[in-house]
Design a protein around this ligand. Structure first.
Ligand SMILES: [Zn+2]
Length: 201
């Protein structure tokens, strides 16, 4: 049975969310409907104001209402560390960990041979290299994902920063904390072996 057009329209929009199928989209649409007009209006307004008020930081690419973003303008952040991520979501995850106090640079993309993205765009590289003129950076932490795209992006970044005299590092990856070797898949185990660290006695 076809539902009335307005709700079908909402379902078709919700279905485009990552990981949301027809059934979940329908459940969400009916939920919005049942909450009444106030909730629906607030939801629509939240999307509108997110789009109109948020922009990306011209220095680091983080999501922000101010230029530069609160991280870039925070005098307490360590300006000798620069962490490069593929996406804003990755920046947010690292930021939520509370373990990092340096600056960021969001590429906003990753290389992908399947999607015909085989090199980093000139404007992105230009913005990245400018960070080294502005800040006294000593180390770049390349926080790309442990996947083919992340690997390709990592090597492209190494190449692009070849002549920049700073320490370059990449996030180590391997066994999840609390996990067990027995249940780790081969790729994870391989990565864990590759990124093993020397034990200091
Ligand atoms: Zn910023």
């Amino acid at each position: 049975m076809a539902l009335p057009e307005p709700i079908e329209h909402l379902i078709s929009l919700l279905k485009r969310f990552p990981g949301v199928g027809e059934k979940s989209a329908r459940r969400m649409a009916f939920y919005v409907l049942q909450q009444g007009a106030g909730y629906g209006e607030e939801l629509a307004q939240a999307v509108l104001s997110m789009n109109s008020r948020l922009t990306t930081c011209e220095k680091c690419g983080n999501l922000t209402e101010l230029q530069p973003c609160p991280i870039c303008s925070d005098p307490l952040r360590d300006r000798s560390l620069l962490c490069v991520t593929e996406t804003i979501e990755d920046l947010v995850s690292i930021e939520h960990s509370g373990l990092y106090n340096g600056l960021y640079f969001v590429l906003g993309m990753s290389l992908s041979p399947l999607e015909d993205r085989e090199s980093l765009p000139e404007n992105v590289l230009h913005r990245l290299l400018r960070r080294f003129e502005e800040y006294p950076i000593r180390e770049v932490i390349i926080a790309t994902n442990p996947k083919i795209e992340g690997d390709m992006t990592f090597y492209a970044l190494l190449e692009a920063l070849r002549d920049v005299p700073v320490k370059k590092s990449r996030l180590a990856y391997g066994l999840p904390v609390g996990g067990s070797i027995e249940f780790a898949d081969r790729v994870t185990l391989h990565a864990a072996l590759e990124s093993r660290q020397e034990v200091r006695e």
